[in-house]
Design a protein around this ligand. Sequence first.
Ligand code: 0O2
Length: 227
Amino acid sequence: MSNITDFEHILIEGQNIKDFINSKATPLKELMTYYKCAMMEVETKFKVLNQEFSLEYDRNPIETIKTRLKSIESIFDKLVDRSFPLTVKSIEENLNDVAGVRVICGFPSDIYSLSEAFLKQDDITLIAKKDYMKNPKPNGYRSLHLIVEIPIFLHNEKKPMRVEVQFRTISMDWWASLEHKIRYKKDYVITSEIAAELKICAEAAAVLDNKMEQIQYKIQSNGIHGK
Ligand code: 0O2
């Protein structure tokens, strides 16, 4: 069954979403393909960096790379929420997170090394940076977010596309995934008590990240001086 059928009850400015999607189908499909290509380009860059780092340091800084393309439903919800025009052009102009790449690292310092190496590449343009590691959100959320532009090469043009890159350690990712699940739990409102407990967990995860990093430094320096 097509998912579009599920959307039939949603009206956007008096227009049925199915008609809307049909009338914009080709340009929208093209744009989504371009985002997918940009996402693949970014993912490949991190795979390459991971390989290169492993040659130099004898370990892989990246644990996992996750990619996601925002669903059409979420794209429309976001445009409606923020009162942006419901056009394909508006998606490109107003949304930065249609293509998302999440890079999960072992240690906090890996995040800074990788993001610096990535941003040094001459085809990457930094649009925005939010460092929620240095300045965690009030709820305890930690991560490093970059919005970048990367060119994709089509048969007759070079097209810059925006991609959101989120860097997290395993523990930052574990906390954010569970917090996200709790926050969006149906019919559940987070009380201030639960919010405070979640924050304590985020802070405990940050302490563990730092402890693990110190252990890693010790092992590294023993490796250099020990043999
Ligand atoms: P999804 O499904 O992960 O994409 P923006 O929405 O980018 O225009 P904003 O809100 O300032 O503006 O962006 P920010 O702070 O960079 O956060 C964007 C994304 O970071 C979110 O996307 C989440 O993925 C993640 N994030 C930010 N804050 C939190 C948080 O407190 N908890 C968790 N679990 N994740 C967070 P979306 O669109 O919410 O969701």
